[in-house]
Design a protein around this ligand. Structure first.
Ligand SMILES: [Zn+2]
Length: 91
């Protein structure tokens, strides 16, 4: 076998073989059991919502506001602000 005959044969020995399929099991990633060493953080719980509050209506402007934020008049009438209480009680 001469060198001229051998060179084309050797060429294919020096080239890289085509990549083999990896057969990596991608679908199993989502079904794998949780890792005990690296637990994933749990999704944050929604912020706790307080108990519903009673709403009152300002006797002067009609604004609705929580009863705990209302300014009470002398007879207990709810107002949204001290200014509205003054205006309503002056009248
Ligand atoms: Zn008001």
């Amino acid at each position: 076998m001469s060198l001229n005959e051998l060179i084309p044969t050797l060429f294919f020995h020096f080239t890289r073989p085509p990549p083999l399929p990896t057969l990596f099991p991608y679908p199993t990633l989502s079904r794998s059991p949780p890792c005990l060493l690296h637990p994933s953080p749990r999704p944050a719980a929604p912020p706790a919502v307080g108990a519903p509050q009673a709403m009152v209506r300002c006797a002067h402007c009609g604004l609705h506001l929580p009863a705990s934020d209302a300014v009470r008049g002398t007879d207990g009438t709810p107002f949204c602000s001290a200014a509205h209480r003054q205006v309503a009680e002056r009248a």
